[in-house]
Design a protein around this ligand. Structure first.
Ligand SMILES: NC(=O)c1ccc[n+]([C@@H]2O[C@H](COP(=O)([O-])OP(=O)(O)OC[C@H]3O[C@@H](n4cnc5c(N)ncnc54)[C@H](OP(=O)(O)O)[C@@H]3O)[C@@H](O)[C@H]2O)c1
Length: 249
């Protein structure tokens, strides 16, 4: 028996990194999981295979969270395959770092469209699907918004928006029995972090030096927090921004 037996969860951006870790964690706890991806079909299928090998239930579904048509199609697929939804994890996100003078319109829209608009569009559809039983929404922010440093104005402003979205929607959706919480990870080793050159860099060393538990995070460190926020054990918790960062703040 898993704590999420009988639940259906959709994890956006679950083909890689933290999203893939959360999808596997929710499935291991008994949930049927929709592994959303933007462009990495093979990676998403690999996550589904791992879940199936461990006796879990999952399918991969393409959809760019920043496009309302894609999001509507994605949720229609969730209904077709699993008949409803209990948990939405708004994990799909993109990031790059740089100082004020490096901010460009295209990168502004890429980050805001995925990180902020994508979260709002997916949440709109989830609310329609949850129905009278309610549900749990888990947003993925970042620990960086608690102690914002330089050269991250664009990315951290998108994630500051996530902190606010969580707090506003917890109040707005509470009467519908929908809980809204954020997990704010510290530095975590993912495909995205590797692609950006964070792993092995001085920046990684700096982050570790600020982390009381003395290492970089892994997706497997974040997944159990998502299981908790998806489960009955967290039924009295909403509007929380939970740092999962080894104590870095
Ligand atoms: N890694 C860290 O240190 C860290 C720390 C704090 C917070 N976070 C947050 O955690 C989340 C995941 O980060 P990560 O490091 O795991 O990233 P990652 O390894 O780059 O993976 C990103 C995932 O998001 C998907 N994605 C990107 N744009 C999408 C879109 N428009 N529609 C649907 N899916 C999309 C990607 O799918 P495709 O490849 O299929 O497009 C991929 O599955 C992000 O919100 C990030 O801001 C990360």
């Amino acid at each position: 028996m898993g704590v999420l037996d009988g639940k259906v969860a959709l994890v956006t951006g679950a083909s890689k990194g933290i999203g893939a870790g959360i999808a596997k964690g929710l499935a291991a706890a008994g949930a049927s999981v929709v592994v959303n991806y933007g462009s990495s079909k093979e990676d998403a299928n690999r996550v589904v295979s791992v879940i199936a090998e461990q006796g879990g239930k999952a399918f991969a579904a393409q959809g760019d969270v920043s496009k309302s048509g894609d999001v509507k199609r994605l949720f229609a697929e969730v209904v077709r395959e699993f008949g409803g939804l209990d948990v939405l994890v708004n994990n799909a996100g993109v990031y790059s770092f740089g100082r004020l003078e490096s901010v460009r319109e295209t990168e502004f829209h890429r980050q805001y469209n995925t990180n902020v608009l994508g979260t709002l569009l997916a949440t709109q559809e989830a609310v329609k699907l949850f129905g009278e039983k309610g549900g749990s929404i888990i947003n993925i922010g970042t620990a960086g918004t608690h102690n914002p440093g330089p050269a991250m104005v664009l990315y951290l402003s998108t994630k500051g928006s996530i902190d606010i979205i969580t707090q506003v929607l917890a109040k707005e959706l509470g009467p519908k029995k929908i809980r809204v919480n954020s997990i704010n990870p510290g530095g975590t080793e993912t495909e995205g972090a590797h692609a950006l050159g964070v792993i092995g860099s001085d920046f990684e060393k700096h982050l570790i030096s600020q982390t009381p538990l003395g290492r970089f995070g892994q997706p497997e460190d974040i997944a159990p927090v998502a299981v908790f926020l998806s489960s009955e054990a967290s039924r009295w918790i909403t509007g929380e921004i939970l740092l999962a960062s080894g104590g870095m703040r």
